[in-house]
Design a protein around this ligand. Structure first.
Ligand SMILES: [Zn+2]
Length: 85
């Protein structure tokens, strides 16, 4: 079973990006991958939210570091086959 979670984040400057988490578990194999879309990796978030502290997203437009307070929406997408990005 593969599950993809997309966390949308909006910077105060208006730029919008997202963090895509992919999880796969069929009982034998499991992996986890978090990738950024339309966001940079060089943020400075160091708080309690594991997703943001692991990916440290920042805005590619203005350079601001983004944290969970900038998350605007979360969607879960179950997929029988997830293609790795
Ligand atoms: Zn920005």
């Amino acid at each position: 079973m593969a599950l993809r979670t997309v966390t949308h984040a909006t910077c105060p400057c208006g730029h919008h990006g997202s963090i895509v988490e992919s999880r796969y578990d069929d009982g034998e194999t499991h992996w986890y991958l978090a990738t950024l879309r339309e966001l940079s990796h060089n943020g400075i978030y160091d708080g309690l939210d594991p997703l943001f502290s692991e990916t440290t997203p920042s805005c590619p437009s203005c350079g601001r570091s983004l944290g969970p307070e900038h998350a605007t929406d979360k969607e879960r997408i179950a997929a029988s086959a997830v293609v790795s990005p």
